[in-house]
Design a protein around this ligand. Structure first.
Ligand SMILES: Cc1cc2nc3c(=O)[nH]c(=O)nc-3n(C[C@H](O)[C@H](O)[C@H](O)COP(=O)(O)OP(=O)(O)OC[C@H]3O[C@@H](n4cnc5c(N)ncnc54)[C@H](O)[C@@H]3O)c2cc1C
Length: 394
């Protein structure tokens, strides 16, 4: 089998790239290890920056998001029995974020790409390795129905997430990695109950961090910081709701509507970056190249910004025979990645119970008091949260 751009992984990065290239008449084939139902059912992120929302519209998959997504113009920070709101438009020249679940985005991209445009995604076809990425005809070796097959391409996009094989196909002496595992996790619940507030609440509490988020006016997503080795089996629904209430200021706690879980899970928190993101004709994008703790809501948005740069570079190659943007892809994408890695690390350190040391806690409270009390502090938080602008790339 042959195609122009072979894409490994049909998460948001792979599907978005395939859609943007298809609009320019560039052929792709996506190889995905899981079934369509499994990929469509995965519950993950939900805060979309304006840059990503614009890309989804460009990909012809933004219509339902524009109809059903919730525009949020701020977030609330709870600390020391206080609840302070950060107003985004006021501090970012009018920018906002969109609340729309990753599950819905995946559904919309699949519908546009597979059901409407009849483009090719091979589900249950795991890629095993990438070969010849230093040549003009790189190959993806994959398995399908128990047989080993080969997809020959002009370019390979490794959009196969943190545990994928694209990054692992690169010899260790050609890639540098940076990583940190945080000494705590997040216990999350999804429930069909109205959210506690219209906008998200990020809470710093002496018992640990809590986040009140949502997917719609009737579906809430809540998280509490937990021990790194905690287990979902240790938590009843009632125990979760009680612990969440304890970590919120009274005016928020009294508005919590408990309900049965649709899903409960524990997420570990990591920072990870691979450098570079390009190896000959193999490009890494999204979680395949970097991950961040979810505190700053950046993982999904970084996958989108990588695809912004990569799609433009591939389009310039096919339409104008230019290779300069392909050469610049890794540097441009990584500049934005590192800023989001820094923000996510900083925001995580600010909001979580770190070590039980009373001095650390006082310093956190003092920093939040400073941030929320200063125009400059509010601006730093707001402009990072809504998403730093994409670089001009043409
Ligand atoms: C539990 C959880 C909660 C999260 N919450 C948030 C959040 O609140 N906010 C936020 O911004 N981000 C969050 N994230 C991160 C966000 O979901 C990811 O950054 C985003 O999914 C990245 O998209 P991607 O397409 O790069 O990777 P993925 O979504 O991981 O997609 C990769 C795809 O590649 C496939 N694949 C893997 N290996 C192979 C192979 N060998 N062959 C073929 N296919 C393969 C996988 O099955 C998958 O479909 C969360 C992540 C997790 C795991």
């Amino acid at each position: 089998m042959r195609t122009q751009v072979g894409i490994i992984g049909s998460g948001p990065a792979g599907l978005l790239l395939a859609r943007l290239l298809h609009h320019q008449g560039i052929d792709t084939v996506i190889l995905e290890s899981r079934s369509r139902e499994y990929v469509a059912g995965r519950i993950r992120a939900g805060v979309i920056e304006q840059g990503m929302a614009d890309l989804l519209r460009e990909a012809g998959a933004g219509e339902r998001m524009d109809r059903e997504g919730l525009i949020h113009a701020g977030i609330n920070i709870a600390f020391d029995e206080r609840l302070e709101r950060i107003d985004f438009p006021r501090h970012t020249n009018g920018k906002v974020v969109m609340i729309y679940g990753q599950t819905e985005i995946t559904h919309d991209l699949m519908k546009a790409h597979i059901d409407e445009a009849a483009c090719i995604v091979h589900y249950e076809s795991p890629a095993m390795r990438v070969e010849g990425f230093d040549t003009e005809t790189p190959r993806i070796v994959y398995e399908q129905h128990g047989e080993q097959k080969e997809l020959v391409c002009d370019f390979v996009a490794g959009c196969d997430g943190f545990h994928g094989i694209a990054r692992k196909s690169i010899p260790a002496d050609k890639i540098k990695t940076f990583q940190r595992t945080y000494p705590f996790g997040w216990l999350g619940i999804l429930s069909d109950v109205p959210p506690v507030r219209e906008e998200l609440i990020y809470a710093n509490h002496e018992r640990g961090f809590a986040l009140c988020s949502m997917r719609s006016h009737t579906r809430s997503r809540y998280y509490i910081q937990c021990e790194i080795d905690d287990k979902v089996e240790n938590w009843s629904d009632d125990a979760f709701w009680d612990e969440l209430r304890r970590r919120l200021p009274p005016e928020a706690a009294e508005n919590v509507t408990p309900g049965p879980r649709l899903e409960m899970g524990i997420t570990p928190l990591h920072s990870f970056v691979a450098e570079p993101l390009r190896f000959g004709r193999l490009f890494l994008a999204g979680d395949a190249g970097h991950i961040v703790p979810p505190t700053g809501a950046k993982g999904l948005n970084l996958a989108a910004s990588d695809i912004y740069y990569l799609s433009r570079a591939l389009i310039a190659f096919y339409k104008e025979h230019r290779t300069d943007l392909l050469d610049r892809y890794s540097d441009a994408a990584l500049r934005r990645v590192w800023k989001a890695v820094r923000f996510s690390w900083w925001y995580t350190s600010l909001l979580h119970r770190l070590d039980g040391d009373p001095l650390s806690r006082r310093l956190q409270i003092s920093e939040m008091d400073y941030l929320t009390g200063s125009e400059a502090g509010r601006t730093v938080l707001a402009e990072n949260y809504v998403g730093l602008p994409y670089e001009k790339f043409e």
